[in-house]
Design a protein around this ligand. Structure first.
Ligand SMILES: [Zn+2]
Length: 591
């Protein structure tokens, strides 16, 4: 008799299916510096930022008053005080535990009592939290009129700030929308909204009333925004001719305060086409947002985000094949293996980030390492040689901190940044008084920070593109995809716990950061759902797909110590993930 042996740890998590009525398409394209940016544009961005800060102020006042109403209840005050005491106790015990482990340089210390104590406290914490939650609901219900009045007061304050903002409606609407979104999130996780310092960054959002077709957009048939497809010669970094994006910006205001429109033109990098038809229905562009982002002093990156909708229901996927996908971050030769699949037809294969990309990220990380090393050096020297409170109180050195210090003492970077090398800076820190070495450091590190940040962004964008392609490939082929439910962020914490990771773990962790499996997982899931497929996340323990027993699996190709089966680790895992869909059970035993 054949019996299916199923691992106890295999549980299928039914993912909440996201119901998408309208398909939404979002595309981001790089822009080059606009040809006709003006002070009026800068002014609107400044006012938008100011308006944001006003909204944060209103929100903070509102949250404080809200808390006053809720906390006024004596039971809640008492419960919150108890909760605080317990949290403090837990914190102290964890500190003790850490100290104990540090003193023995090991995780395997006799801290059973501490662990037990923490466990009990955590249990109490949970009980109080549940009580608090129930109590809060009651209080909220009882203070409904007060809370409603408070909310109206906030809405009125927002309206007033909006009217006095001096912004065109499209611009203040965009700020209000991000405020409402951020507010919802902030309340959910219990944090305050943050003020933003104006550094020249910002965005212009153009809503297209009723939407516009991609054809109209690409053939310059719309006044609000359009592409002039005729390439214009631009001497940009790559020396390519670019199409031009024209958008209407409402930035100017005449003496009567009436806003008028003006044109902004950007050379656009159309690296992938905007689809005109999706699922047999026309794509309609709804919003176009121009983003300006500061990367370093006087340097900005520009991009445009286009959001479009398609009025089509998503039809069910027609493929009958399902596949298990195992995500990973193994180095394979010069490239990085990021995904392996095993499908119900028995096909198997891998996806990789190319060697070129891996080499580039190596370089970017070495840049980061260099900057950090030299920053450490100057930080320590300055701390000893100067009486700066700013540096004394700082916990971690970083370039921003040193720049702030330099601004305080009015120290300017040396000229000819690109001719200064890392060795030059280190030598000057070692030989000169730190204050005299500072200009040299400032020039070098700013130059390197800029190089780092532009390269880093470019590589992450490239990775996003690779992932989209992998996801599209998988989503086209398979109607069902199963993935590991692993919490990658948590794995990162475990790997570095107690701070005694070995060299191998360190490399694995670096590769995991480079690969970002959670980003790939999300991209795959979105692609599958978009095509009417189904996604499942499964908690799967690593074991031999042939005999069902766990093994160490120390290399990519592994021979099972129990049954002798030879397999590729990742393919084995992908097979386990899709086991429930396979025509014949994976593990068979004769009873
Ligand atoms: Zn085996």
């Amino acid at each position: 008799m054949r019996r299916r042996v199923q691992s106890k740890k295999t549980t299928i998590i039914k993912k909440k299916l996201i119901l998408i009525k309208k398909m939404i398409i979002v595309r981001k394209y790089g822009l080059l510096e606009p040809e006709n940016w003006g002070d009026d544009c800068h002014e609107q961005l400044f006012l938008m930022n100011k308006f944001w800060n006003q909204l944060v102020e209103i929100d903070r006042a509102d949250r404080a008053q809200y808390k006053d109403i809720i906390i006024a209840d004596p039971d809640i005050t008492k419960l919150e005080a108890e909760l605080q005491t317990i949290s403090d106790q837990v914190l102290n015990l964890s500190k003790e535990q850490k100290k104990l482990r540090a003193s023995k340089r090991s995780k395997n210390v006799d801290d059973g009592l501490l662990v037990e104590h923490i466990k009990i406290l955590r249990e109490q914490e949970r009980t109080i939290k549940t009580e608090l939650k129930a109590k809060r609901i009651i209080v909220r219900e009882a203070s409904k009129p007060e809370l409603e009045a408070l909310n109206n007061k906030r809405k009125y304050a927002v309206k007033l700030a909006r009217q006095q903002s001096g912004l065109w409606w499209g611009n203040y609407n965009a700020v209000c929308e991000s405020y409402e979104n951020a507010r919802g999130k902030a309340i959910k996780i219990g944090v305050d909204l943050r003020f933003k310092r104006f550094d020249g960054s910002g965005r212009f959002v153009n809503q297209i009333q009723g939407g516009m077709t991609v054809t109209d957009f690409m053939n310059s048939n719309h006044t609000v925004a359009c592409i002039y497809p005729l390439p214009i010669a631009i001497n940009d970094r790559q020396g390519k001719a670019r199409a031009r994006l024209n958008i209407t910006a409402f930035t100017g205001a005449d003496e009567a305060g009436k806003h008028y429109r003006r044109l902004l033109s950007f050379p656009i990098i159309l690296h992938r086409p905007l689809p005109e038809i999706e699922n047999g229905q026309p794509v309609r562009i709804k919003t176009i947002s121009i983003n300006k982002k500061r990367i370093s002093a006087g340097h900005f990156t520009w991009s445009v985000t286009i959001t479009a909708t398609v009025d089509a229901d998503i039809t069910a996927h027609t493929s009958t094949i399902a596949a298990g996908i195992n995500l990973g971050w193994k180095r394979e030769g010069q490239s990085l293996r990021v995904a392996s699949y095993y499908d119900t037809n028995g096909n198997t294969g891998h996806y990789r980030l190319p060697a070129k990309w891996a080499a580039a990220i190596d370089y970017v990380e070495s840049l980061r390492g260099d900057i950090d090393e030299v920053t450490n050096e100057i930080f320590n020297t300055l701390k000893i040689q100067t009486e700066s409170e700013l540096l004394k109180q700082a916990k971690h050195p970083h370039t921003g901190l040193i720049y702030r210090y330099a601004r305080e003492i009015n120290c300017k970077p040396a000229l000819q940044a690109h001719t200064i090398t890392k060795a030059d800076v280190l030598k000057s820190i070692a030989l000169l008084p730190a204050l005299e070495a500072l200009p040299c450091y400032l020039a070098w590190s700013r130059y390197k920070e800029r190089e780092f940040s532009s390269l880093h962004t470019r590589l992450l964008n490239q990775r996003k593109d690779y992932y989209r392609n992998i996801a599209a490939d998988l989503a086209d082929k398979y109607s069902v995809i199963t993935l590991d439910n692993a919490d990658y962020a948590k794995m990162a914490r475990l790997e570095s716990r107690s701070g005694e990771e070995n060299e191998l773990l360190k490399i694995a962790r670096t590769n995991r950061f480079r690969v970002s499996p959670s980003e790939l997982r999300l991209t795959i899931e979105q692609a599958v759902l978009k095509r009417g497929g189904k996604v499942e996340r499964i908690n799967q323990q690593n074991e031999c797909a042939n005999c069902g027993r766990p093994d160490k699996q120390e290399s990519i190709i592994w021979k099972c110590a129990h049954c002798g089966a030879v397999y590729d680790q990742d393919e084995n895992m992908a097979k386990l993930l899709i086991r429930n869909y396979l025509p014949t059970p994976l593990i068979q035993s004769t009873v």
